[in-house]
Write a protein that binds this ligand. Sequence first.
Ligand SMILES: [Zn+2]
Length: 270
Amino acid sequence: MGKVVLVVCDGLRDDTAREQMGYLWHLVETRQATRYTVIAELPTMSRPLYETICTGTPVSTHGVTSNLVVRRSTMPNLFEQAVKHKRTTAAAAYYWFSELYIRAPYDFIADRETDDPQQIIQHGRFYSDDPTPDREVFAMGAHLIHRFAPDFALIHPMGMDHMGETHGSDSPEYRNNAIFQDVILATLIPQWKQAGYTVLVTADHGITNDRMHGGILPGNRNVPLYILTPQGKGRGAVAAPAAQLQLAPTVCKLLGVPIPATMKSPALRL
Ligand SMILES: [Zn+2]
């Protein structure tokens, strides 16, 4: 039975992460981490892929087929599975996660903060403004981990997506924001590992220089996955790509909860 921090850096391309995030690559090249290139499901849109990451199912199964499908998830998902098996949960995330796993539509006042053991996100802090600074989102998530020591915590910063949609992926603003996230992670990851967490860092989708995502270009579809165990042992960079559908069963396995039958893809090797 383990504890997991899942960091979903919205809009972080695989190549940008590899080239700009030096602390994470240090852990990869010294085999203190395992790194995969993950092929995102389609369409490479945010809300559908939030649901894919949390349910391990493609959009044609979970039904959240576009950003405009605003409803609660109907599939077995990581938060539900954790709470069902007596694990505690937390999330610092964009409000679409509240809509998927607490209630929809989101009430901008009532739903901003949740501390309720009856919900599947038991401690939630949500933001609705895309330019919300990554530093604030990471701090909200780190605070929840510090205060409540949840077994499963999601942290979801929007800075890469916002910079990519404002300046394009081939811009200093986009690339530098990856460095900025790496600096924050370099500060937080040692603390979380010390506290016994396995940390996963990934993205929902990438983005292109057209300042958009949705299609099948590698810039949209290829995203990173770093797996950092508390023991600090990894396999380095794995050549074969992983499927995004493998993320949810991997988290279930790390948490020590049963993998629902709907998550049909195998868990990843750490
Ligand atoms: Zn997104």
